[in-house]
Design a protein around this ligand. Structure first.
Ligand code: SAH
Length: 250
């Protein structure tokens, strides 16, 4: 019998932001795989096996889930959207490299609200015009490539969402990345730091590129960098609104 693997996006961390289809897929799974803290967010169902793994072993985790899915129904969870710097690509990689039988497994990807969209929603519409997403992690790509992409995105006028901005193993990359952006964008370009967005510990800080401080970020932070067009509307009794106009100048 060939089975099924549901790759489920859990969104930024609030239960109401998980899609009903994603919840139904989790409920139906005989076993759930994922990084420990994400698994902890999934409501326990009796009889369901849980396989928590470390953050760094994505390909091994993908292979284990595919093996189990050869004969049963299995779910794999990711924070945010599973296709954004997350497990869906790892599963595809494992299928491409794996045994022929894995190409018979039904794979269903359930989208989730990714960090940049959750953060953008909290402050207005900073991604209201063209934008891109860049991971600052150089675990899976060389740092000079990150630098080239940051410069190209700034020169092209894209607003940007920066994922994986900093970690204990990567302490200097964010500062270096911000310096590259400063070489191409005005100092007053709005920058938004969003930590643990849409969770209880949420912290949002709106600043400028000139003043952006890498110490405002940790592993749970997503950073949005605006364009030369991005505006901040001050409001007396409410937080400011950050938005990038729908029209760009020629
Ligand atoms: N698949 C996830 C991203 C995984 S990469 C998604 O779609 O959101 C991990 C990075 O995502 C973190 O370093 C951080 O930059 C970002 N991130 C994930 N959840 C977040 C949240 N609730 N608030 C802020 N950033 C978050």
């Amino acid at each position: 019998m060939s089975g099924r693997l549901d790759i489920v996006g859990l969104g930024p961390g609030r239960e109401g932001l998980v899609t009903p289809e994603a919840s139904a897929a989790l409920e139906a799974a005989g076993a759930v795989y994922g990084y420990g803290p994400y698994l902890d967010r999934v409501p326990l169902r009796s009889g369901q096996a849980r396989h928590a793994s470390d953050n760094r072993v994505e390909l091994d985790r993908a292979r284990a889930a595919l093996e189990a899915a050869e004969t049963g129904r299995v779910a794999m969870v990711s924070g945010g959207d599973p296709g954004v710097f997350a497990m869906a690509a790892a599963v595809c990689e494992a299928v491409e490299q794996g045994p022929a039988a894995w190409r018979g497994i039904e794979i269903v990807v359930h989208p989730g609200i990714t960090a940049m969209l959750a953060l953008a929603a909290r402050v207005g519409a900073p991604l209201g015009h063209d934008f891109c997403a860049i991971s600052l992690s150089d675990n899976l790509k060389p740092w000079p490539l990150v630098e080239r992409r940051l410069a190209a995105a700034a020169q092209a006028g894209f607003a940007m969402a920066l994922y994986n901005p900093i970690s204990r193993a990567r302490p200097w990359q964010l500062g270096a990345g911000l310096d590259i952006l400063r070489a191409h964008l005005p100092g007053e370009t709005p920058v938004v730091f969003g930590r643990a967005v849409m969770r209880e510990e949420e912290e949002i800080r709106i600043t400028t590129l000139a003043a952006a401080d890498p110490a405002s970020a940790d592993m749970s932070t997503c950073i949005l960098v605006g364009t030369a067009e991005t505006r901040v509307i001050a409001r007396p009794a409410l937080p400011p609104l950050v938005y990038t106009p729908r029209r760009a100048p020629a």
